[in-house]
Design a protein around this ligand. Structure first.
Ligand code: NAP
Length: 307
């Protein structure tokens, strides 16, 4: 029988990706939504998760598509009600709150899935496989997009707990930490923060690992036109370019792998597998890098940002 699923935070990602992915997967059935201002046609709608759980107690699974700062209290509520929980990325505001959710889920015997959609992009696994046994000398990440196009009017993203340019940038870090087997240390970070906002519009970071791999990261939210979501890997035996946000892999300039976007279909398949096996998946490595970058960063004032 399908898992009765509730979706919380009906905004861009819920509509663009979660609803189609749930509809396409017979293991899930969307039975209710909770959102302060939005509804999904034909689905029972509630203004918050507490009233949803009170009125639809048969819910098995809650998928949280709210901004990160709104997630902890809802995730806790859902776990305490005995529901499996899927978290959008980044899984929370602080590392400890997500660790706390993981331990609550463990005690309650439910699944907690801190999802990283970019890890499901078509060429990420092929890149990880190509890297096996190779020595990575250098990685360069360019993650540049137009915030006005990709996050129109989302003011929460500029608030202190909204991650700023790390909201998309953490997608690159989720791929990096999935394909690179060693823990990365942030050596340096420079953040550009608009004078009227709390979070960075651009960031530069240098990272390294104990094996001598050097990683440079450039995040920019004022890139107009086509986004650039590239990871270049210089290994001892060749060069890989993972482009289009992980959808396309070129090895030494030759296309090695590409595929359609089915990141969210894959996430829900993964969630079904975790629930069936009684396990959780909570990997905080991408968030740890952002947290460390914030801790060591030099902060520069950038011109004010207006939509
Ligand atoms: P969004 O369009 O702003 O939608 C989030 C919804 O959550 C809002 O519409 C709002 O609906 C609800 N909400 C609840 N508490 C809120 C609060 N304190 N502040 C603002 N909204 C609140 O954002 P989104 O783009 O869907 O992003 C949501 C999450 O998905 C983020 O963590 C983001 O990183 C992730 N994500 C986004 C994309 C993307 O392309 N946009 C891609 C992948 C992942 P109500 O007002 O009805 O409550």
């Amino acid at each position: 029988m399908a898992l009765k699923t509730a979706l919380v935070g009906i905004g861009k990602i819920a509509r663009d990706q979660h609803i189609p992915a749930i509809e396409a997967n017979a293991e899930f059935e969307l039975v209710a939504t909770a959102s302060r201002n939005a509804e999904v046609g034909g689905i029972p709608a509630f203004r918050n998760l507490a009233s949803l759980l009170e009125n639809v107690p048969e819910v098995d699974c809650v998928s949280l598509c709210t901004p990160p700062a709104a997630r902890y209290s809802d995730a806790k509520l859902a776990i305490e009600a005995g529901c499996h929980v899927m978290l959008e990325k980044p899984p929370g505001t602080t590392l400890v709150e997500v660790q706390n959710l993981a331990s609550l889920a463990d005690k309650a015997g439910v699944t907690l899935f801190a999802s990283w959609h970019s890890r499901e992009a078509a060429a990420v696994r092929a890149t990880r496989d190509w890297l096996k046994g190779k020595l990575v000398r250098e990685v360069r990440i360019d993650w540049k997009e137009d915030v006005r196009f990709w996050h129109p009017g989302q003011d929460w993203i500029w608030e202190a707990d909204g991650f700023g340019v790390f909201d998309p940038g953490i997608n690159a870090l989720s791929i990096l930490t999935a394909i690179h087997p060693h823990t990365l240390v942030v050596s340096e970070a420079i953040l550009s923060i608009p004078e009227n906002r709390d979070t960075p519009v651009a960031a530069r970071m240098s990272l390294h690992d104990p094996e001598g791999t050097e990683v440079s990261v450039e995040l920019d939210w004022l890139e107009e036109g086509s986004p650039k979501w590239d990871i270049r890997i210089h290994a001892d035996e060749g060069e890989a370019l993972l482009s289009d946000g992980g959808a396309r892999l070129l090895i030494d300039g030759e296309e090695a792998m590409s595929g359609p976007d089915r990141e969210y279909h894959a996430l829900y398949e993964c969630l079904a597998g975790l629930i069936a096996s009684g396990s959780s998946d909570v990997d905080l490595a991408p968030m740890r890098i952002v947290s460390d970058a914030m801790a060591v960063a030099d902060r520069h004032v950038a011109p004010p940002f207006e939509w």
